[in-house]
Design a protein around this ligand. Structure first.
Ligand code: ADP
Length: 626
């Protein structure tokens, strides 16, 4: 029989599995049991929706059978089984999303990472076995098949005899090597321990024949050996347990067993609601961002159980987009199982649960922010951006939920601060919440536009992410304080006296400014005396809704509409340069042209905007020198 090849990615992963120095090999059993349990869930789910089937709890179980002589370990289940095609498709391919391609060799060397991230599941068997045989008979199928593989070389499939529906997986356990023993995977006692440790909550019995010795009935002194089938797991799902019985470690183990992430969760939320709707839920806030989080590949959602049976892997309706990083599960006895998945989307119960969960997550994040700032900032570094997207999207309809979860870098504190912290320490005379946008904190700190606001002693929020300004535009104000860019026309700071002085200066130099405006023509909307500059000679500010940072972002987008900010060139009348401009205007108009272009280009550079003609700019500089 011809060997079939694994798909390229699967092969690569398999090789790594086989060769990995993997300290937690024992999780292979967790993976196989979890698959078996899923397979029974499927048959159960089918029975509920298909009247020709009945589900008799008694008949559904998983069995683990070691055989020391043959060095085999067999995992049998009475689940839904696999057809020939399914054997081929399910066991011949892994990392279906192609996500493996994103990882570097180094990241892949650590087996733990792989398991956690891709749920390689079945393939983990190759960490302890040289050969794996899968015999399966699918529900509704007359024939059974045998799938066999000795690793990366490939696999074979052939017809096989099997009476009952379900799957049998036979592992040929590896021989012990110099420093590595695999015997524990054949020992009753250690298998029991592994099952208890990882699979205790599986809702179907995990059975094993356990041998022991007991006193003979007729003679107290003599012992007899016996073998007895035991159920190893307690079968109580973790979410049905009392919070007080559970430790952080239990929650972490569940997180790993479920492949919710490969990190340690930052926080878990265990919810048990017993009111008009009844449900239990365990939710996690991950510590790290999944590598594909901000890509199209990422799918949000929670596992959905109906009275203990998994009915959906990722129920997207349970999570709003802005909390898409949350992982976990929901189990409810009130969900009707008989409805189709499409109908589930419109289910009233589900909507109520979603609303409830949303509130819990928000509260949990808020309390994290309040009580464990460091942890919150770790979270925020990974997912803060998503919260800001949340403020911006849906026309700002979620801003109330999210505004108190936002943090921005503060000019005063040199760290992240919340809007509430900002507003609560605003001096009485400060009208606005000021912000400045730029590529980095470093660059913003050097922006001339911040001079007046800083000198006034007002705090400035630094916006370094492209979404920031868009989110703030949507927010508009916080606790009745409006947001104001330090580059906007009116800063609301100047005293009346200064105002009048600027007006006079502006009027006195009207001709000069008109002349300059003419030179720059379409590039700027206006040239005027600056009220905000203290030491710098020039800066660009904007009028209207589009700021310079927004212009940069919009022009980088593929469908850019060539949206431009209405720019104003502001000149510092206290700077020597202004004197030179005035002199030139009286004696040498050509020089005014030269200076104007230079100043404008300087202002562009400060803003991080490109100069239209760099050659001309450098030539202009030389002209000034000679
Ligand atoms: P995952 O479980 O993450 O999908 P696996 O590699 O563990 O990845 O399994 C691949 C697929 O093979 C499963 O999704 C399931 O469809 C099928 N499968 C694995 N084990 C069994 C089993 N014991 N019974 C029925 N189907 C199974």
């Amino acid at each position: 029989m011809a060997k079939q090849q694994f798909k390229a990615e699967s092969k690569r992963l398999l090789e790594m599995m086989i060769n990995s120095i993997y300290s937690q090999r024992e999780v292979f059993l967790r993976e196989l049991i979890s698959n078996a349990s899923d397979a029974i869930d499927k048959i159960y789910y089918k029975a509920l929706t298909d009247e020709s089937l009945t589900f008799d709890q008694e008949n559904y179980y998983i069995k683990v059978t070691p055989n020391k002589e043959k060095r085999t370990l067999t995992i049998t289940d009475t689940g839904i089984g696999m057809t020939k095609e399914e054997l081929e498709n399910n066991l011949g391919v892994i990392a279906k999303s192609g996500s493996l391609a994103f990882k570097t060799e180094n990241e892949l060397k650590d087996g733990h990472d792989i398991i956690g991230q891709f749920g390689v599941g079945f393939y983990a068997a190759f960490m302890v076995a040289d050969a794996v045989t899968v015999i399966s008979k699918a529900l509704g199928s007359e024939e059974a098949f045998k799938w066999q593989s000795e690793g990366a070389e490939g696999y074979t499939i052939e017809p096989h005899e099997k009476d009952t529906v379900g799957t049998e997986i036979i592992l040929q356990i590896k021989e012990n090597a110099e420093e590595e023993s695999y015997d524990e995977f054949l020992e009753e006692y250690s298998l029991k321990t592994i099952i208890k440790k990882y699979s205790d909550f599986i809702r179907y019995p995990i059975k094993m024949d356990v041998s022991g010795q007991r006193p003979k009935e007729d003679s107290e002194d003599e012992l007899e050996s016996y073998v007895e089938e035991q159920t190893i797991n307690s079968m109580v799902p973790i979410w049905r347990k009392n919070k007080s019985e559970l430790t952080d470690e239990d929650y972490e183990k569940f997180y790993q067993e479920k492949h919710y992430g490969f990190d340690k969760p930052l926080k878990h939320i265990h919810i048990s609601v017993d009111g008009t709707i009844r449900y239990q839920s365990i939710l996690y806030i991950p510590e790290n961002m999944p590598f594909d989080y901000y890509s199209k590949e990422y799918e949000k959602g929670l596992e959905l159980y109906s009275n203990g049976v998994l009915i959906m892997n990722k129920s997207a309706d349970l999570l709003p987009d802005y909390f898409s990083f949350v992982k976990g599960m929901v189990d409810s006895e009130d969900l009707s199982l008989n409805i189709s998945r499409e109908m589930l989307q419109h289910d009233r119960q589900l909507k109520l649960i979603a609303k409830n969960i949303n509130k819990k997550i928000k509260n949990e994040l808020q309390s994290l922010l309040k009580n464990d700032r460091e942890k919150y900032e770790t979270f925020y570094k990974a997912f803060g951006r998503q919260l800001k997207y949340g403020v911006y999207s849906d026309f700002g309809s979620n801003k109330e939920v999210l505004q108190d979860l936002l943090l921005f870098h503060s000019s005063k504190e040199s760290k992240l601060v919340s809007l509430d912290e900002y507003v609560s320490r605003m001096p009485e005379d400060q009208k606005y919440i000021y912000y400045a946008s730029g590529e980095s904190i470093d660059r913003i700190e050097k922006l001339p536009q911040t001079e007046l606001v800083s000198e006034k002693g007002y705090e400035i929020l630094y916006f370094t992410e492209d979404i920031d300004e868009f989110a703030i535009k949507m927010l508009m104000n916080y606790k009745e304080k409006e947001f104001k860019s330090v580059s906007s026309g009116d800063l609301g700071i100047e005293s009346d006296e200064n105002e009048a002085q600027t007006e006079t200066e502006q009027a006195e130099n009207k001709d000069l400014f008109d002349f300059m405006k003419n030179i720059l023509s379409s590039k700027v909307k206006d040239v005027r005396i600056s009220k905000r500059l203290k030491s710098h000679p020039v800066c660009l500010t904007t009028e209207g809704d589009v700021t310079i940072e927004m212009e940069k972002i919009l022009s980088a987008m593929p469908d850019n509409q060539n949206v431009k900010a209405d720019k104003v060139l502001e000149i510092n009348s206290n700077h020597e340069v202004f004197q030179s401009l005035k002199n030139a205007f009286e004696h040498d108009k050509e020089k005014v042209t030269l200076y104007t272009n230079l100043l404008y280009n300087q202002a562009l550079l400060i803003e991080g905007l490109p100069i239209q003609d760099p050659v001309e700019f450098t030539n202009d500089m030389c002209k000034v020198m000679v």
